[in-house]
Design a protein around this ligand. Structure first.
Ligand SMILES: *[C@@H]1O[C@H](CO)[C@@H](O)[C@H](O)[C@H]1NC(C)=O
Ligand SMILES: *[C@@H]1O[C@H](CO)[C@@H](O)[C@H](O)[C@H]1NC(C)=O
Ligand SMILES: *[C@@H]1O[C@H](CO)[C@@H](O)[C@H](O)[C@H]1NC(C)=O
Length: 514
């Protein structure tokens, strides 16, 4: 066994401090507390008959009831969750070898179609009541693995692509998601609810999506682990899209091993997203990803530290912590190549100059129109309909205040024309001269940096990344360490991330500071 087996602590929990801070409940709860339990802990408790899936779901439902009125990480709870947990408990009694996710409750971002009682709305009232044709590809894989869809996580509405200036973690349906460490701090987005909910123990594991940092950023800000896989490693079918070229689906969890178990359940070919998932399936190692959870995973790894400009994006107070982490990485056998730079980084980080904005606008219109057309029933059937809805229900959608500039710019596009082709060529060149070059010239296994700032570099190339809890700034807001690499480098990234996590164990549960 590579990981520590812990006995699950089931205690009667009276979270007095929490209750005083949040002023949520008149009396303390007597729920079975499974706070911070990992998938491994839970499966061990299942096997020893110390815990049932029903008790686990009941625990998380109570956590949601207590915490969600303030944190707003959850938009909807699955009314069938308890029924499904009973089913999982019955199945486990007879199953030969239930997988890691069997009986485990998972929250999925409100962009994943679920063919059940839950709505799929990207946080917008425009999609409330819409009927999806089928489960998203990854949701079907989760159900096959025996996972229980506990509900839908809140998000930055439309994954932050209605108007770029809208508040992170806000949606018309979900309200304002809160960072559970410091309630006044940003939870970042757009997969904010997924990160908030696992951070605050409102669910065991969660799923997010990323177009341009939407997994790595909330993971960093909520002291949880986020994996944004190589584009196409996980299916995007049935996921409310932004760009098939950049969209990726990945886990957000409290530990690297939890995230890897989820990744193993969702990675692979899907005939509803055939081109990308076929192309990326060559990266999936026989036997999956859990074999790379090695405590000595850092040994011999060449890591390139990218300081500029990302170190200037994080609180100065955490920089000594990162220096200490680099020392730890060396002690665990990694070879660090310091002060590397990504060429044209200023251009890459400016979506107007890189071509990213031009490409995403056209891609959003094409892919969102296709998603909406495919719905069985819906008030809105096109991006133009959504724009009109936002105009008409400006009070509900705060349209006057927040605008919908990105949607309007997208609606004004007309497919992939000359301007878009030029933008795509420019992005390809930036990838080649940027991440690809620094990786190959320095024979790196991964790059490493502080905070989620590097996520755009990864996103425009469809490259994978992992964020692991690394520090808390002077206000108590978490900061992640981010590892990134070339396409298909998940095995190495997992070894590095797990090695780092096991050597440091920085994550602590949130304290709900105002
Ligand atoms: C989905 O939305 C409808 C309103 O259209 C609501 O009545 C229903 O309760 C929602 N489903 C869930 C599971 O919350
Ligand atoms: C981003 O690039 C555009 C176009 O090249 C330029 O007009 C704009 O000033 C840049 N923005 C920033 C913040 O540098
Ligand atoms: C992508 O994220 C970066 C921040 O890392 C931001 O500067 C850029 O504007 C974003 N691109 C788009 C199209 O929103």
């Amino acid at each position: 066994m590579e990981y520590k087996i812990q006995n699950i602590a089931m205690t009667i929990n009276c979270s007095f401090i929490l209750l005083i801070l949040l002023a949520l409940l008149p009396s303390c709860s007597h729920a079975l507390s499974i706070k911070e339990a990992t998938v491994h802990d839970i499966q061990t408790a299942f096997k020893q008959n110390k815990l049932s899936s029903r008790q686990l779901v009941e625990f998380y439902l109570e956590q949601i009831q207590q915490l969600n009125p303030v944190l707003r990480g959850v938009i909807e709870v699955n009314p069938n969750a308890l029924y499904e947990s009973d089913k999982a408990d019955r199945e486990r009694a007879t199953a030969k070898a239930p997988g890691w996710l069997h009986g485990i409750p998972i929250l999925v971002k409100d962009t994943f179609a679920t063919k059940d009682k839950l709505n799929t709305t990207a946080g917008s009232f425009a999609l409330l009541g819409s009927v999806v044709p089928r489960d998203a590809g990854v949701v079907a894989k989760l159900r096959n693995a025996g996972a229980i869809i506990l509900g839908k996580a809140s998000l930055s509405e439309w994954s932050n692509y209605r108007s770029v200036g809208a508040p992170q973690g806000w949606s018309a349906r979900g309200g304002q998601g809160k960072n559970p460490y410091v309630l006044s701090a940003t939870p970042c987005g757009s997969s904010s609810g997924s990160a908030i909910s696992v951070a605050a123990n409102m669910v065991a594991v969660s799923l997010g999506t990323q177009t341009n940092g939407s997994i790595l950023c909330p993971a960093s800000f909520n002291a949880v682990v986020g994996i944004s896989p190589t584009v196409g490693l996980t299916s995007r079918a049935g996921v409310i899209p932004v760009s098939p070229r950049q969209d990726t689906v990945g886990p957000i969890c409290r530990t690297v091993s939890d995230a890897v178990f989820v990744l193993d359940a969702i990675a692979g070919f899907d005939y509803n997203d055939p081109k990308a998932t076929r192309k990326a399936s060559k990266y999936i190692p026989p036997g999956g990803y859990a074999q790379f959870l090695k405590v000595d995973g850092l040994k011999g790894k060449r890591l390139g530290i990218i300081r500029e400009p990302f170190f200037s994006f994080v609180d100065e107070a955490v920089l000594p912590v990162f220096e200490h982490h680099f020392q730890t990485l060396r002690q665990r056998g990694a070879i660090l190549v310091d002060h590397l730079e990504i060429a044209n980084i200023e251009v890459i980080l400016n979506s107007s100059s890189s071509g990213e904005a031009t490409a995403l606008q056209a891609e959003l219109k094409l892919s969102l129109n296709a998603y909406l057309k495919d719905l069985v029933a819906s008030l809105v059937r096109s991006l133009a309909d959504v724009i009109a809805f936002n105009q008409k229900f400006s009070d509900l959608e705060r349209t006057e205040e927040l605008g919908q500039a990105f949607f309007l710019a997208a609606e004004a596009t007309n497919g992939i024309g000359d301007a878009e082709k030029k933008a795509l060529q420019n992005l390809a060149r930036l990838n080649q001269d940027g991440l690809e070059k620094v990786m190959t010239e320095n024979r790196l296994d991964a790059i490493v940096t502080a905070g989620p700032g590097v996520s755009t570099v990864l996103a425009i190339g469809g490259f994978p990344g992992i964020s692991v809890p690394a520090a808390y700034d002077s206000d108590g807001v978490p900061v992640g360490i981010c590892f990134g690499g070339l396409k298909g480098s998940e095995p190495k990234l997992i070894e590095i991330a797990y090695g780092f996590e096991q050597a440091t164990k920085i994550r602590k549960p949130p304290s709900f500071q105002p």
